[in-house]
Design a protein around this ligand. Sequence first.
Ligand SMILES: N=c1c2ncn([C@@H]3O[C@H](COP(=O)(O)OP(=O)(O)OP(=O)(O)O)[C@@H](O)[C@H]3O)c2ncn1[C@@H]1O[C@H](COP(=O)(O)O)[C@@H](O)[C@H]1O
Length: 113
Amino acid sequence: MSDILARVAAVIESRKPEHGGDPATSYVAKLFSKGDDAILKKIGEEATETVMAAKDARVSGDASKVLYETADLWFHTMVLLSQFGLTPQQVIDELGRREGVSGIDEKASRKEQ
Ligand SMILES: N=c1c2ncn([C@@H]3O[C@H](COP(=O)(O)OP(=O)(O)OP(=O)(O)O)[C@@H](O)[C@H]3O)c2ncn1[C@@H]1O[C@H](COP(=O)(O)O)[C@@H](O)[C@H]1O
């Protein structure tokens, strides 16, 4: 896994109340203190902003906002993973498990079950 993902995940984990995260000084601690709904709301917002940035980029030809909004989306999904005791490494492992398995073949195999 990228060193950055591991480092950011470690900082996110350290912001939990049981590790002394302070909502007054930490955005992540503030999200944890608000709970599931606040985290999920941010993911919904960032997903929508990513979609809007992509639509805009098709008009403007400037894809930089797609990058920034995707970073916001990834970051907030990392907070969600931490909230559920999961790690980015587990997501990477899942992608690795799927590597080379055609999405079309996988979907067809589901229908046969
Ligand atoms: N990568 C990020 C990161 N990306 C985005 N954000 C914050 O996510 C928030 C939401 O972005 P929006 O564009 O929706 O802005 P907004 O409308 O002001 O947000 P809201 O008021 O609606 O929450 C902003 O406050 C951003 O600063 C992040 N906040 C923190 N991190 C990482 O998390 C670490 C810990 O952060 P703290 O807990 O704040 O120290 C940091 O060192 C960074 O590595």
